[in-house]
Design a binder for this molecule. Sequence first.
Ligand code: FAD
Length: 517
Amino acid sequence: RAYIIILHIINNLVSITLTKLTPWRNTSHETLPPEIVTKLFHDPTSIKTASSDFGKLVQETPTAVFHPSTVSDIVRLIKSSYTASSPFKIAARGRGHSVGGQAMAKDGVVVEMTSLVDGGIKVCWSESLGFYCDAGGEQLWIDVLRTTMEHGLSPVSWTDYLYLSVGGTLSNAGISGQAFLHGPQISNVLEMDVITGKGDFMTCSKSTNSDLFYGVLGGLGQFGIITRARIVLQKAPTRVKWFRMIYEDFATFTKDQEHLISINHGPNYVEGYLIMKKSPANNWRSSFFSIHDEAKVNSLASECGIVYSLDVVKYYDEFDIQTIDEELDEMLKGLSFKTGFIFKKDVTFVDFLNRVRTEELNLQSKGLWNVHHPWLNLFIPKSGILDFNQRVFIDIIQKENKSSGPFLVYPMNRKKWDYRMSAVISEEDEDVFYTVGLLPAATNAENWKIIENQNNKILKLCDEIGIKIKQYLPRYYETKEEWMKHFGAKWSVFEERKAKYDPKMILAPGQKIFNFN
Ligand code: FAD
């Protein structure tokens, strides 16, 4: 048996070496520079990985996968495409945690950002900027957290899950329960290095090449590949007080959420989610309750059909120990959760931020992580959220009882988003808008189709009854008109920036904004 395994390994090594040495040719069969060719792979494993993502809904096969060691390698690759008589498509792949093929490049080249060795994370300070870190676009947020914590510092805005790449989340927005206070991750970037679709390496910020800076943030990878981001840091707390409160009434739940995100010196984090039959109190997004408490909450949910869970977190450290409880009493005063349904935890800051990882490992061990994820993420105007609860959460999700959760819902402050950036949020002129994340898993194709049909029904319904939603991490558009509607007043600038920075439409073809096949 050992002999067969060794033979198998030798066989694989030979095939990898051969595929590496085989000159890769682009569609017009012009030979690429040798320093590029040696970093292009088309062995089955590389191709298979780059043809898939977390969603397991889309499969698109690239011709080759590029493993850059340095930023200059990416510059050379893009320049080769840009100057070719028939340019080939190129997609950066952070960790492939998209769910709709956004990091894929059909018949093109996928750049595995993880291969970069010259990025890293450096913590710095300057008089004008205060503390910040320079992180490679390929870096994971968990590594940004670990490195900055060594200096007692941390970024201020997060995603719920930290095994996402810096370049990947900045191409979208990067949101979690801190966004109401600090804005999304894109609002906390000071400067970036970007390689445009012409292969130009450019440093950009609000004052230098600002057009590229605003375009790239939330720009769905359309204008360039981010190779470095300068991220705002603050002194990190050591611990957090974490509360979960249960509501039977949605209007009261959202009223309390909106109150919490409006107060000075209030919470550091506010999120919420639905609890119902198929979406129990503990879920992979954050397992929180003890067995006893979970049973109590689930029993209330089955009695009511649906209940709403509000998460509130306050950071603290050793200097606040005397005052933290008093502060919390003041903060939670007047909230109208169901009596007897408030639950508390006190955990380290890092454990709180990294809460999804434990559940990921648990699901992985059961073979339930690498399944289909037909997710739908939306931004909803405040004026439409009560209607959305009745028409979607209750009439569709709860009553039809077809899909598992988690189903997230929490508010954000519009003023924390910079309109000049490409990211699209609710167009209604209201101070507050909501994010809703319908994040089910499907273990088989039949179930996946059922959920996709339900998602399409929700999108159509919102259109019909006039709830002006916007998709976050959009993946349901099939025509230029739909993208124009999505970007609204921002479309013309978006299109102009594409013409300026990626005129041959080389980058991020998997988003299907400028190419639909
Ligand atoms: P990829 O999926 O690899 O890429 C996403 C897009 O960005 C592609 O178009 C790609 O070409 C482009 N891209 C990648 N790297 C770069 C780069 N360096 N420069 C330019 N373009 C680039 N999002 C939130 O906002 N909040 C959350 O709480 C949250 N939780 C999540 C939890 C899980 C379990 C998962 C799977 C996803 C979650 N997401 C969340 C979504 C996540 O933000 C997106 O999947 C995002 O795309 C980051 O994933 P990635 O780094 O693997 O990027």
